[in-house]
Design a protein around this ligand. Structure first.
Ligand code: ATR
Length: 281
């Protein structure tokens, strides 16, 4: 067991509830394998205590924290400064306490792009149009990251069309809204909805029109191999699972708090995937 000293660096994840979060396991693995004098804790905080809790963490000398459901918008408000990724997403998932200031960023889009680059080698955002299913917070961060990386067109397909139209207006640039996913011209298809998650309805979509070079990504990671990803692989397409995004979005925070750039590798994946069902039951 690794023992902490009086110099230990501290961080954690704020959520309500937070018991489902895989972040303590993930950061704990990096701390352990890198031999860092530090700890990363689950921090259950109710919404009405959120802002006070963040300021208290800063006062306690924490280096920062991750923020998960339902606090990502509140985190944006509590920050003294936010970077472009947070402004684009309208939400913060990573807090860094530095020089008496609370700095916010959103690493979800970064994590998504890095995960696709990792699991679909050869893919680039500039390859062609992307189709996003959904128009919630995850879609916002992913669409912004794709556009910023040079994706020539992003089409949003959502159950509630008005929400997709609002998101398209907010994002600006080459963003469209459609009722039918324009798969025939897509280089990338991303499910950003909760469909296909354990306990949720299946995502019904026929992948047949996708070009043979298309990449299919899912942000759902319970199960690891969603029916969407299984269908993509059955068609011979490159498939990118949601676990990769979870692992990669954690990198910038870890580096800021603990001073070392961590790596996403097979051993980390195995540790975090250990208690996640592999396929739809
Ligand atoms: P997140 O922040 O994780 O993206 P969210 O903001 O609640 O979560 O967004 C969830 C997305 O999944 C939305 O696009 C939602 O569609 P609506 O905007 O129409 O609500 C989509 N979604 C959730 N359940 C769905 C279902 N049963 N059928 C179709 N879309 C669904």
């Amino acid at each position: 067991m690794r023992l902490l000293t009086g110099h230990a660096r501290l961080a954690g994840v704020l959520g309500w509830p937070v018991s489902h979060s895989r972040s303590p396991r993930l950061h704990g693995y990096w701390l352990e394998t890198l031999g860092i004098d530090g700890a990363y804790l689950p921090l259950p905080v109710a919404p009405d205590r959120f802002a006070a809790a963040v300021r208290a963490l800063a006062d306690l000398g924490f280096r920062g924290a991750n923020v998960t459901i339902p606090h990502k918008q509140a985190a944006f408000e509590v920050c003294d400064t936010v970077d472009a990724s947070a402004r684009r997403a309208g939400a913060v998932n990573t807090l860094v306490f530095r020089d008496g200031r609370i700095e916010g960023s959103n690493t979800d889009g970064f994590g998504f792009l890095e995960s696709v680059r990792d699991q679909a080698p050869g893919w680039a955002a500039t390859d062609g149009p992307a189709v996003l299913l959904g128009a919630g917070g995850a879609a916002r961060a992913i669409a912004a990251a794709l556009l910023d990386a040079g994706c020539p067109k992003v089409t949003l397909v959502n159950r509630t069309a008005a929400r997709a139209e609002e998101l398209a207006r907010d994002l600006g640039g080459p963003v469209g809204v459609a009722t039918e996913a324009p798969l025939a011209t897509a280089a990338l298809l991303v499910n950003t909805t909760s469909l296909g998650m354990q306990g949720q309805p299946r995502l019904e979509i026929d992948l047949a029109p996708l070009p043979g070079t298309a990449v299919v990504a899912d942000i759902v990671y319970v199960p690891l191999e969603t029916p969407l990803l299984a269908a993509a692989r059955a068609r011979g397409l490159q498939a990118v699972d949601g676990l990769g995004m979870l692992l990669h979005q954690a990198r910038p925070g870890f580096e800021a708090w603990f001073g070392t750039a961590p790596r996403v590798d097979a051993a980390l994946r195995a540790v975090v995937a250990a208690d996640i069902p592999k396929a739809a039951g």
